[in-house]
Write a protein that binds this ligand. Sequence first.
Ligand code: BT5
Length: 351
Amino acid sequence: MAKYPQGKRKRVSPKKGKVGVKKTENPSSYVLRMLLAASPHYVSGSMMAQKLKMSRVGVWSRVDRLRKAGLSIDASQNRGYRLVAEPNLLNQPLLEAWLKECRKNCKVFVLDEVDSTNSEAERRLANGEKAPFAVLANTQTKGRGRMGRSWNSPKGGNLYLSMGFRPDVDLIKLRSFTLWQGLKIAMFLSSLTEIDGISVKWPNDLVYQKKKIGGMLTEASIDCERVRSLIFGIGLNVNCPKSRFPPSLKKIATSIESVTGQTFRIHEIAAKIIKATMEAYKDCLEGGVESTLMENWRDWDALADQKVQISMGKEKMTGKAMGIDLSGGLRVKLRNGRIRVVQAGEVTLRK
Ligand code: BT5
């Protein structure tokens, strides 16, 4: 549980005005929105009743339902209700409330368990779900990495999120999509967690001191050079203590909690990553991200000036990583001084 008032969230008062819950909004998410906006203070029960257009008993039973779903809400006779802590397990109304708080509309599907959120997003796109949308799960039984690798997905406290889009644009517009997303998400995480030293390891890892904190998996369906559908998946180790990593990951992975010694609000992180992902996607469609990406990359590049080995299928090559070019390819300086640009491959750091 991430407790209040701990955390770095700016304190705001409930918004004034006569407007209450809209017909389209889930009342539970509206209750949570009011509690979030007032946090760490109380919201009066009668004000809630007025805004929700229901009786005070109605509000009480709505709050009780939220408590049963795992939310810690304190009730005080004279003061009203207060959100005490947020759960580590995902709660759909709370995520919706955070999205509203971030002023972002996006349909979300919160699942307790799924094979892979990327696979679920793919199925939903195939079944005609309106894009964009986000799929999140508390755990994945077949979380996927690239090239058939698996993504360790223990239950509770980590983020497993996929977003489905239908871009219908030329492939070239989205060639820097994963790198741009990585840069934007690394920037957001650094500012939220105040971790100094989060970086992006080309092409799809989020790392801290050479240890993997998150990974991204972009999958697209392409038809005649046009991207018809696109799925962006991210796995992020948030509140997972090191002791929960399997032995194979203990030396190569870490989590935000292990780095900071603090737990973070998973719903806030999820909502803000959804927002950052939607904005980064829009940037790519509008065009022109490549030069900004190249300019900013150096500050966030986990490989800058490092000796690397790159595996491209059976071919292996060693050299010094020299940033990216306009196409998003990794520039590698070979022993003979020539620069080779690699578009896809597995990079390992060499001593
Ligand atoms: C990735 O692959 O890094 C992309 C991972 C994407 C996962 C998300 S979760 C939500 C969505 N749904 C999915 O099914 N997938 C996406 P790759 O570069 O191939 O790295 C995989 C390697 O990372 C593994 O072989 C392990 O060495 C390591 N790894 C696995 N689980 C990890 C974890 N939880 N934390 C850090 N490293 C991990």
